[in-house]
Design a protein around this ligand. Structure first.
Ligand SMILES: [Zn+2]
Length: 90
């Protein structure tokens, strides 16, 4: 019996027998109860589509909620050539 994995990018379930999937190490920056920064090492899997960039993922700026004016975020996204994330005008 072959094992299955879940893609950490798109949530696809895929078989370990399928082609082109990848696995890699990453680090998550967290804070513990006392507010100290802890680096947590994680192993992430990506399905073949994500590995080959065939899965369209729209980039988003990851900013803490409420820390930045949404209008400013839209400006930043424009500067970076990202699609608008805000409610669409036009
Ligand atoms: Zn995927």
């Amino acid at each position: 019996m072959s094992s299955v994995r879940m893609c950490d990018r798109c949530g696809n379930i895929f078989s370990e027998n399928s082609e082109d999937w990848s696995t890699f190490n990453g680090t998550i920056m967290r804070k513990d109860e006392s507010g100290r920064r802890v680096n947590e090492t994680v192993v992430q899997d990506a399905c073949g589509n994500c590995t080959n960039g065939r899965n369209p993922v729209s980039p988003r700026l990851a900013l803490p909620k409420g820390s930045v004016d949404p209008a400013r975020v839209a400006e930043l996204e424009d500067d970076l050539g990202m699609p608008r994330s805000g409610t669409g005008q036009g």
